[in-house]
Design a protein around this ligand. Structure first.
Ligand SMILES: NC(=O)c1ccc[n+]([C@@H]2O[C@H](COP(=O)([O-])OP(=O)(O)OC[C@H]3O[C@@H](n4cnc5c(N)ncnc54)[C@H](OP(=O)(O)O)[C@@H]3O)[C@@H](O)[C@H]2O)c1
Length: 262
């Protein structure tokens, strides 16, 4: 479990969620390392945030970013289907590869409706499979529509099975700030481990403690690379061969890493 002195790498740190995750983690006293592309404006980060440059599409640039980290929060995204393989999926693969099987705690943000087939969703869902295959302790968070909530919609609901496929805010809404809080909290919450959830907010007050919400969720089955209760997911044998290669490569080091994790 992540301890208070741990170092968290934020991937996508300059983004709309990553900026808030970086600030939230720093405010809780963690050492925070922000991954930014060379030339990115990082002036908004506080003095305590270490900025490391790298490009998610090039694993050779990620060594400094993962050096000595205890946890990583993935909040990156390309917003274009054509770049989803390189960025949304490739970024996760490249960071996990750069770790060389070292045990770190992972929080991965994807999206509500991610199991509804589309090019962008497919690559995010494959990134989820990479994380599950790594056997590192993880939490996968699939948020609803960012900041479409009314101010009075702060009561957090965690769902499983990814049944909301309208692809509009009727699927669920949540503030960016609450997404950041859930991602950071997950890292230090034992009940959040090996769980996949859809994250939305409904009418009511924000919870004081997220732990009971995480505890009420089911763990992803150890025998599957999908979230518990996910349906209509692309069958594993139908994944492209390059995805099978990535899954196989990431599975090898995790067996030795598993013994060091509770
Ligand atoms: N909007 C919604 O309601 C909603 C709901 C659920 C999920 N999502 C998903 O959430 C994800 C993130 O959203 P967001 O609003 O935070 O996006 P954003 O503001 O565009 O942030 C994306 C982050 O990814 C980084 N990035 C992209 N390509 C990179 C690369 N090659 N190397 C390193 N970093 C790279 C960006 O860096 P730069 O600053 O250098 O570009 C930025 O930090 C998206 O994929 C989106 O699909 C959105």
């Amino acid at each position: 479990m992540l301890t208070q002195s741990g170092t968290i790498l934020v991937v996508g740190a300059t983004g709309s969620i990553g900026t808030l995750v970086t600030a939230e983690a720093a405010s809780r006293g963690y050492r925070v390392r922000a991954l930014a592309r060379p030339g990115a404006d990082t002036s908004a980060f506080g003095d305590g945030v270490e900025v490391v440059h790298g490009d998610l599409t090039d694993s050779a640039t990620l060594g400094d970013a993962v050096d000595g980290i205890d946890a990583v929060i993935f909040t990156h995204g390309a917003h274009q289907g054509s770049l989803a393989e390189k960025v949304d999926y490739g970024g996760v693969r490249n960071v996990l590869t750069a770790l060389h099987g070292r045990p770190v705690r992972i929080a991965l943000m994807t999206a509500i409706g991610v199991t509804k087939r589309s090019e962008g969703h497919d690559w995010k869902r494959r990134a989820e499979r990479l994380v599950r295959a790594s056997e590192l302790p993880y939490t996968i968070v699939r948020p609803g529509w960012f900041d479409y909530n009314q101010p009075t919609e702060q009561r957090i609901r965690m769902l499983q099975g990814d049944r909301r496929w309208a692809s509009d805010p009727s699927d669920g809404v949540i503030s960016r700030q609450q997404i950041a809080e859930v991602l950071v909290t997950a890292l230090a919450t034992p009940h959040a481990q090996h769980k996949t959830l859809e994250l939305v907010a409904e009418q009511g007050a924000a919870p004081h403690d997220l732990s009971p919400l995480f505890a009420a969720l089911e763990t992803d089955p150890a025998t599957s690379l999908d979230g518990v209760h996910d349906t209509n997911n692309l069958p594993l044998p139908q994944e492209p061969s390059r995805v099978h290669d990535d899954l196989a490569a990431l599975r090898r080091p995790r067996r030795s890493a598993r013994t060091t994790h509770g």
